[in-house]
Design a protein around this ligand. Sequence first.
Ligand code: XIL
Length: 375
Amino acid sequence: MKLKYTVLLSAICLWGTCGYGIQLSAQNVPSLKGAVGDRFLTGVALNVNQTAGHDTCALRLVKRHFNSIVAENCMKSAEIHPEENRYDFADADKLVRFGEENGMAVIGHCLVWHSQLPRWFCVDEKGKKVSPEILKERMKKHIHTVVGRYKGRIKGWDVVNEAIEGDGSWRKSPYYEILGEEFIPLAFQYAHEADPDAELYYNDYGMDGQAKRNKVVELVRMLKGRGLRIDAVGMQGHMGLDYPQIEDFEASILNFASAGVKVMVTEWDMSALPTIHTGANISETVAYKKSFNPYPEGLPDSVSQAWNNRMKEFFDLFLKHSDVITRVTAWGVTDDDSWKNNFPVLGRVDYPLLFDRHYEPKPFVKELIENNSEK
Ligand code: XIL
């Protein structure tokens, strides 16, 4: 039965109608970006399958509903700069071109991050940590080369990702171990040198927590105090049915804004599955158990309703603060694409995104579009 359905669905896709969300391709058809209007950019992360043009249903949906894109993986240093003397720009070039061809704001993610960092970056041939001078030189070269390549074509960069722990201390990343907190202002300086017109962001998860919030505010003030450019703080916004508290998320939006920067929700998704507590560090996954994967065949109505209500509450919060929020980006197109299917537990079936596995908008998205489209 399931196979029959999948075959039928693929056939429908091949004929060019990939679900309600994208049946119409003309301009001015009801869309998410149309419903949001110019309150903030409506963004989505694309994977390499999509930028390579293979997932045409997803691409049609992206063109219809979103006006900003970001690379889910292909601009991270391990992908774009796998060896010291080798860059691989193929996927990133495609992403940027797709954004330009479709008049979208293209966001760069990310320049300095402890994860998806190629092994060579912080060590010498013997595997020993490099000196501060060498690391500075490598960072500078990496940032100048990557940002420089897309100069004038990328609206803004996540310059530093996840440098702060939940308790407000600096993460002991290789960058930190070698350069101390100085790696952060240096990264912002190099990015600005490479493209003076690009916006520059600090991006992190768990931004609802008070300790991290305070440290981020301190960081923004430190950068500004040194005369460095920082335009916005990115709140990743990886959520679950029981976290974060909406009041805490709102308090962070307001605190960041009062430090003199804009706010972006940069990687929005909401797991519909039981929350499994890990350090939220993406290298920490948990062994699979059947009880962790309760809805492999579809979400029960009650859970789906709870999920939709909570997503709507957050979306309403974003709209309420659209004077300071400049972009809201979903971390993937459909549920099938989501990293949450494999994090923090490998092999679960999750339902965290705005469009389902049949390319249909979730009920809260549909409602949002219907209530806001011009009559
Ligand atoms: C995730 C991607 O979605 C996965 O495909 C990849 O395997 C790991 O990284 N914070 C970030 C994103 O800033 O880059 C991460 O993306 C999710 C957590």
